[in-house]
Structures are given as C-alpha cells and as structure tokens.
Design a protein around this ligand. Structure first.
Ligand SMILES: Cc1cc2nc3c(=O)[nH]c(=O)nc-3n(C[C@H](O)[C@H](O)[C@H](O)COP(=O)(O)OP(=O)(O)OC[C@H]3O[C@@H](n4cnc5c(N)ncnc54)[C@H](O)[C@@H]3O)c2cc1C
Length: 297
C-alpha cells in the first residue's frame, strides 16, 4: 500500500488523527477541501489555549506542525469516491488521482443548510448562531432570539435564556402544549408572528422585523441548521448511518471504527454534540485506534 492511512477531511478531527499517526511514524495522507464548518466565524471559543482565536489560524498552525513530520502527505482537493480493495481502500480525487491506504479515517464534517430568510445567511457565525457555549458569552445580557424549527427549539430557548433575555420566534411553527411550562419557567417570551427579515448594520443584528413591519430588538439569533454529511463516501463504503438529533451520524464504536472493518470516522460526522475540542478528541481516538490496528491487527 502507498500509505498506511488515508484521511478524508483535514480540519480539526482529521489533523488531530494525522498528528498522532505521524508521531507514531506512519505514512499518512490527508485530503482536504478547505471548507471547515466554522469558517463563517471570525473567532472560535472554548478550545483550551486557543479561546477566541481565528479558527483558520488554529488550522494553519496545525497543518504547519503536521507537515514537519516525515511520512505525511497533504493533498488540497476533494475526495469524490472510495472503494475497498483487498485489505485496504482506494480513494479517488476530483483531479483523477487515486490514493491507496491500508486504513481510512473519515473526517469530512457536516454541511449546514439554513432557513431561507432575508438577512440570515450573511450573519451565520457572526450574529446568527448555533451554539451558546461557542458564542453566547459575546452577547450576554443583550436581547436574544431563538428561531423555532423543531421540538428541540424549545429546549434551545430555555438553555439560551441562561445568557440573556430570550424570545422564541415561532415563525409559523406550532408549539406543543407541554412547551408552555418550561418556557415560562425559564422566562422565555413567545413571539407568534412570522418573521419578514433580519435587520442590522453589516453582519451585526439589531432587530427581527415581523410580518406586520414591527421590530423586536435582538442582538443574536440562535438557529438549529439542518445538517448533512459533506460527502457520500461513508455510504459508498457501506458504513451504517444513524439519525442523530441534528442530522445523520456515522455509527462508530468506542475506538471510532465504523461498521466497516478498517474504516474509522471522527468529528461532527460521528457524534451528536459538536465542538472543536470534541472533534480533536475524536481525531486522537481514531488516530491511536488505527495505529493499534496496524500494529496488532
Ligand atoms: C458557524 C459555526 C461556528 C462554530 N464555532 C465554534 C466555536 O466557537 N467553538 C467550537 O468549539 N466549535 C465551534 N463550531 C463547531 C466546529 O466548527 C465543529 O465542531 C468542527 O469544525 C468539527 O470538526 P471536524 O473536523 O469534524 O469537521 P470540519 O471542521 O467541518 O472539517 C471537515 C473538513 O473536511 C473537508 N472535506 C469535506 N468533504 C471533503 C471531501 N469530499 N474531500 C476532502 N475534504 C473534504 C472540509 O472541506 C473540511 O476542511 C462552530 C460551528 C459553526 C457552524
């Protein structure tokens, strides 16, 4: 085999896996299309030692450090297909190149689809947010909104209320009767009118404009995007995929191996809760599990 391990996706989970494999003296090839999920945010929060750093800078530093190890190949490009061949895998790139390896790690992340609402897309990651742990502190005690989409939006509104006075915008979504009590207990205001657009200077948000033209002041609006796997490669290789609360999730065991022997998955695609720290931890688990499988398998 040309490589011990091929990694599809070279952001937080993929680079963490590659770093551990490189340090274990393995030949590792990382293929990356350069579109990490948090690329819309200027600052990444909560990752130990890098709180508030530009996520692109965290990745650039990780790539630079990884490139210094022997046996590492980094390919900028898109993997478009993969197949099992003998005891390993062959990955095809959009350039036509093929990369063979004994083991493969999927680390290609999720793709988010946002509600088609005027003013929403361009504020994603800035004042339209998905996670209060990641970006909530930057908006504490200011008026906050949550856009209702699923029954989980009620839970999200109750949680977001920990950071500031919160309004749940129903925007045409019907509330279950049992939701009224927790929302009242957490002091969440319910706004039943439909939203016309989001208003604010540049990427900042100052208000949500409603269908009747009135405006409600809001500094940050939380939304739950619809997420899907960035690549069909897990399906092509026959890995089992479960329905997670925010989208599909590749099934893995405690070693992060999928249901296909020799195929591992790490990061957002293989877990229900998402953050840079968890993606990095998963990458370390997948990388060390693959190494042990190469040694003892
Ligand atoms: C707007 C926003 C802000 C966020 N802010 C924070 C924050 O402040 N703190 C925090 O901890 N978390 C934050 N997150 C969550 C964090 O971004 C994810 O948990 C993390 O990026 C997951 O890492 P990953 O390696 O699994 O996937 P990703 O970071 O999404 O990386 C996947 C990589 O694989 C590549 N790829 C995809 N398909 C292919 C293919 N076919 N071939 C080759 N490469 C491919 C992509 O281009 C990308 O580079 C945020 C998320 C969003 C959406």
């Amino acid at each position: 085999m040309q490589n011990d391990v091929v990694i599809i996706g070279g952001a937080f989970s993929g680079l963490a896996a590659a770093t551990y494999l490189a340090r274990a003296r393995r030949r590792v090839c990382v293929i990356d299309a350069g579109q990490p999920r948090n690329r819309f945010a200027k600052a990444s929060h909560g990752f130990l030692g890098s709180d508030g750093s530009d996520p692109a800078a965290i990745l650039a530093r990780a790539r630079e450090q990884l490139a210094a190890y022997p046996g590492v190949t980094m390919v900028a490009g898109e993997a478009v297909g993969a197949r099992a061949v003998g005891d390993g895998f062959v990955v095809s790139l959009s350039s036509g190149e093929e990369i063979a390896a004994s083991k493969a790690i999927l680390a290609f992340g999720l793709r988010d689809s946002l509600e088609p609402m005027p003013g929403l897309q361009e504020r994603w990651g800035k004042s339209v947010l998905h996670c209060p742990y990641c970006h909530g502190f930057e908006f504490i005690d200011r008026p906050l909104g949550v856009l209702a989409r699923t029954p989980m939006s009620v839970h999200q509104a109750c949680l977001v209320a920990e950071w500031g006075p919160t309004t749940l915008f129903l925007n045409g979504v019907e509330l279950e009767q049992k939701s009224a009590e927790p929302l009242a207990r957490h002091g969440v205001t319910i706004e039943p009118r439909k939203i016309k657009r989001l208003v604010g200077e540049g990427c900042a948000l100052s208000a949500v404009e409603l269908e009747d033209g009135s405006q409600r002041p809001v500094a940050a609006l939380y939304v739950a995007p619809q997420s899907s796997l960035s690549s069909p490669i897990a399906m092509q290789l026959g890995a089992a995929i479960d329905d997670g609360s925010v989208g599909p999730m590749i099934r893995t065991d405690a070693d992060r191996m999928t249901t296909v022997p020799g195929l591992y998955a790490a990061g957002d695609i293989a877990r229900a809760r998402h953050s840079v720290s968890w993606a990095v931890a998963d990458g370390v688990t997948a990388g060390t599990s693959v190494h042990r499988a190469l040694v003892f398998g």
